[in-house]
Ligand binder design. Structure first.
Ligand SMILES: [Fe+2]
Length: 207
């Protein structure tokens, strides 16, 4: 498997490139900026990019999607609730629903709908090894809910569903906001206050 975490753009965004192996099929998550650097990574692994997956609609996660699609022919996919928020030249070629998955080499990619930061937010479990969390969950924190479509109660419920996933998954967040670029879900369950909160009241009280 190929997994590259690229820190791109002015907002400490993480863009992810996955591949079934060198020269294999690949997909890109949240191409927010710097398409040339993403394509350099894709070429270095000789990947055939077939999917561009958007964890949500915010510009810093989708800004390079149209360019990447034009250069690779990949399909742009996101949750259906993301569609109304997309602007400009980005249009979805398909949608990803909660619980849906697709085969990826010998492995599987599974979608979890995690609204709260945005209505169409999704996380991905890749190959039972990684948990791509977009702006739902960061290392040490979670996403904000004060932007259009944000919903604190929905985010709390989404974090509860992420807490039910196995501890060995390695969190791959949408921004480099924590004291490490990634950490296991098990470690974050004990360290991250937004995951430690046992009730919505506790969650809301986090400064
Ligand atoms: Fe966001």
């Amino acid at each position: 498997m190929v997994m590259e975490q690229l820190r791109l753009g002015p907002g400490a965004n993480f863009v992810y490139v996955f591949g079934t192996g060198e020269g294999g099929e690949g997909f890109v998550v949240d191409p927010g900026a710097e398409p040339d650097r993403i394509l350099t990574c894709v070429k270095a692994h000789r990947l055939d990019i077939t999917r561009i997956i958007l964890t949500h609609h915010h510009h810093d996660h989708v800004g390079a999607a149209a360019t990447l699609k034009a250069r690779t022919g990949a399909k742009i996919l996101a949750h259906a609730a993301t569609r109304p928020y997309l602007r400009g030249e980005i249009s979805l070629d398909g949608t990803l629903a909660d619980g849906e998955g697709f085969a990826f080499g010998d492995h599987e990619v599974r979608v979890i709908h995690t609204p709260g930061h945005t209505p169409g937010g999704i996380c991905l479990v890749v190959a039972d090894r990684w948990l791509v969390t977009g702006d739902t969950l960061f290392i040490g924190n979670c996403g904000r809910t004060d932007l259009p479509g944000g919903d604190a109660h929905a985010l709390y419920n989404s974090l509860q569903s992420l807490k039910r996933l196995p501890d060995h998954l390695v969190i791959l967040p949408g921004h480099d906001y924590g004291d490490a670029p990634s950490r296991t879900l098990g470690e974050e369950k004990s360290r991250n206050p937004t995951l430690r909160a046992a009730t919505f009241g506790e969650f809301q009280a986090i400064p």
